[in-house]
Design a protein around this ligand. Sequence first.
Ligand SMILES: Cc1cc2nc3c(=O)[nH]c(=O)nc-3n(C[C@H](O)[C@H](O)[C@H](O)COP(=O)(O)OP(=O)(O)OC[C@H]3O[C@@H](n4cnc5c(N)ncnc54)[C@H](O)[C@@H]3O)c2cc1C
Length: 422
Amino acid sequence: MACEREAGLAYGYSIARLIREGMRGHRGWEPAWRDARLAPAYDAVIVGGGGHGLAAAYYLRKNHGVDRVAVIERGWLGGGNTGRNTTVIRSNYFFPQSAAFYDFSLKLYEELSRELNYNIMFSRRGMWSLAHDRHGVDMLVRSANAMRINGIDAELCDGTEVLRRIPGLSPRRFPILAGLNQPRGGTARHDAVAWGYARAASRLGVDIVQNCEVTGFVIERGRVRGLRTTKGDVRTEAVGLATAGLTSVLAAKAGLRLPITSYALQAFVSEPVKPCLDTVVLSPATGTYLSQSDKGELVIGAGLDHFVSYAQRGSLPWMERAAAGVAELFPAFSRLRFLRQWAGTVDVVADSTPILGSTPVAGLYLDCGWGTGGFKAIPAGGWCLAHVLATGASHPLAQAFSLDRFTTGALIDEAAASGIEH
Ligand SMILES: Cc1cc2nc3c(=O)[nH]c(=O)nc-3n(C[C@H](O)[C@H](O)[C@H](O)COP(=O)(O)OP(=O)(O)OC[C@H]3O[C@@H](n4cnc5c(N)ncnc54)[C@H](O)[C@@H]3O)c2cc1C
């Protein structure tokens, strides 16, 4: 509480506070988090101020009581993929290890606004995957069975029921033969997830340092002893890398070669319209998925660019495919205009399963390999990274996600299991 007061962060958000501030011209709001200066030494440092890094810092303090914790971000908080994604949250994975991990994450999401005292606008609106041909139906049946075996909510419906449940969806070009819904799936405001964790971590005393790039490591006899940054060196014996598409570049500076390939993944929003789509719809056959944001924009996602890139910009072919997919599934949307397009650099691994745990360098841990689907994993990823940073041992939920599966061969091939992975 002392550090909260020093930072001017002693008060939570509440209706009473809102009314009080409203009555005095909103002059009493404090910054959501302290912009800290880098100290010379920490008990643990997390590189990357996206959702995973910020969540890990929060759980390091909250679950493990680790004292001096810093998050170092080369740009601004949430400026990586966390602030660029299409916000889909679900746990409809195929293999039991993935289902257990992502469902834990979903459960944390369900309570996150209360936990962080920050409205992350979690909206449990369901997520539908569509089947347009017999093969697609077989895939949905297989997924539904796996989900039920894994204890995940799953609703398999025939085409008539899907068309009844999703107004505006048209079977004209692509027949709708079946749909698989995860009713507990949905969306959340991506920036709010980063800001909520940042604020909560800062209230617990975490130093959040923006505009500071980690440029190298101090490693002695196989153990990490510190980091080199653009704001000076820092001593620490526990480092977590939560740097998404740049993790392989950074890890190479510690002598590690990671099985990660970075690609641009892009998304689009339309101009805003009145509420017309109250769920998330994914059509693996067209490579398109969409939902409607609270602002009214259609949020449209697509697949990876098929060339390696670190640029946060997409290319025209997916823009064309995504627009065609939306127009063919929902003809009524064909007159909408795109308002914005953007991309992020995603960290793809061959089996589309994250890498979460230790490395051959003692004290250096990874939280990466999320590819196109790590927004939904932020609470659980942060939870498990905090666990391994604090204890040196993998959390039981993350044991199967170790780096050494690429040498033992114990891959968890979710790549084949869920069409587009968002
Ligand atoms: C267009 C798009 C759509 C997506 N849709 C979904 C979706 O619907 N659902 C879903 O679950 N996932 C989705 N994802 C994936 C998801 O966004 C990511 O997996 C997730 O946000 C990764 O979070 P992170 O915290 O690991 O990484 P980031 O949010 O990318 O954070 C990493 C941070 O590390 C910083 N950094 C890098 N190098 C350094 C350095 N040397 N020093 C200091 N800082 C550094 C970066 O600046 C960045 O801020 C999507 C991604 C994109 C791009």
